[in-house]
Design a protein around this ligand. Sequence first.
Ligand code: ADP
Ligand code: ZN
Length: 611
Amino acid sequence: MQSILKRYFGFSAFRPLQQNIIGKVLEGRDVLVLMPTGGGKSLCYQVPALMLEGTTIVVSPLISLMKDQVEGLLSNGIPAAALNSMNDEAENVKVRSACLRGELKLLYISPERLMAEIPYLIKDMKVALFAVDEAHCISQWGHDFRPEYAQLGLLRENFPHVPIIALTATADRLTREDILRQLRMREPEVFVSSFDRPNLSLEVRRGYRQRDKDSAILALIARHPNDSGIIYCMSKKTTERVAGMLGEHGIVAVAYHAGLPADERERAQNDFIHDRVQVVCATVAFGMGIDKSNVRFVIHYNLPKSIEAFYQEIGRAGRDGLPSETVLFYSLGDLVQLSRFAQESGQQEINMEKLRRMQEYAESDVCRRRILLNYFGETVDHDCGNCDVCRNPPQRFDGTVLSQKALSAIVRADEQVSARTLTDILRGSFTSEVLKGRYDTLKTFGAGRDVPARDWQDYLMQMLQNGLFEVAYDEGNHLKLTDRGRQVLFQGKGVSFAVVRHEEKTRRRGRSDAVRPVAAELSPSRPEAVPSAVSSRRQELFEALRALRKRLADAQGFPPYIVMSDKVLQNLCEACPTTVEAFGMVGGIGEFKKAKYGEDFVEVIRRYVEA
Ligand code: ADP
Ligand code: ZN
């Protein structure tokens, strides 16, 4: 097991659970694996595939995922292929005869194709193992149900002696039970790993207006000069505006949403995968079937509608295990809009509840990772050290007077104003809304002039969270006092506010995070510890290796991360191997890559070492 891992994948140790899982598969047991994205599921069937006699058949729901996996295997010198509707006939004929000659260790196939091939091709092959990837697609409970998966129950009957391994990153109990039942697994061994993704940093920025968001995003990208990232936006229009804004600042960005023609979407996706586009500004339509491992940041320009959606989207960052940043912008406007969508949806109660949980996450002043993992049913006994709350615990102050000013203005305006107009009143701005309602004549007009508008947005959000007023979504989003609000306004009940954080205070870190010393990798200590001369030299090497990777990838038509992950580039920066032998010892370099790429990489590293 160990030598296969080293020889083909270049890794010297298994991750937790991998070894046990592989052991059970080799014993011929049926196995269900629940691991988060990037957890290392593929090795759980790829290593057995290399050890067992015959071919492992991998069922996969998306052609793009199959393509990615097959390219990854081929790039490690492992014979693999895919049978699907995208291949041309000649290609399929070739794959089929390779199967019959027993030349492939792994065959990727779509579920419907598999079913069609059972009486023909599969019957004449030596099947070592069935791996059902994205196994949650079999369950109607899940969010990705695919009717084609339902037929996979027939596998057990048709191949009583071939073990089945099912893998998924969707954890809930009902889906889990459904998978076991539908695949008719025999005395299955179920392995559940933690869903934590400790390499993803978590951060929420509250109450930013468009301009603030844009400059925060530009600052973040400046810290990730050549790194890939995704910006999720609520509307198509926003994706286009943000992509345009980035373009004006010299950042190669594209918009992606369901309203674009299919070929344009495909081009955007390909350009991103092949590192020709740095940033994709997308609606939730983007991301399914993208296995790109070197996504270094995911930004939510708007609040997502549920924690499931949020976790899945940030999960697209850092599949290679390297530190990656996630930032969520949270504003009252988004909350109001999403509440309206939820209210108007068919499933009002469920959707409002999901949104409330998302809101709790965004407004939390305890460790955010705890909240996420808690949501997925994991209890955590420590703070993570890698979220904004842990790094920078919120300071609090007495917000009673500020609350009273706002509440008083709401009352004086007859509870007929939205949060935006209220802010204008407090700030003393003569906007058209203000003039129309003659709010400039109120006693509270300008009473909060000393507080910036953005901070007011934040305080109002905190007041909403504290239940001091409600938003009448069905009545122009006007604010209405609650009993608690009246207690604060008329009886002087105290209110505590969290201090609003400003960009300048929390930011000002080192430059790119791409290259960090290993010790700092997952620990909360940030790269400032590295003397900057060393880190910028190292960054130079990293960039030189990144350029080489791109050249080698383009020459073969592979995405760069298939040639080598960012993690491997980083290992190379640390080890600085100057011989092909030493190159082969680096983590992530198997024998095949050593022979194929050794000379090229060693040459670049030598030049750097000697310079
Ligand atoms: P998943 O399918 O669970 O999303 P992958 O199988 O794609 O995850 O693995 C995620 C990343 O982790 C890949 O870059 C893979 O090479 C790496 N990886 C997996 N197992 C190991 C290991 N034992 N040691 C080092 N890296 C590993
Ligand atoms: Zn934390």
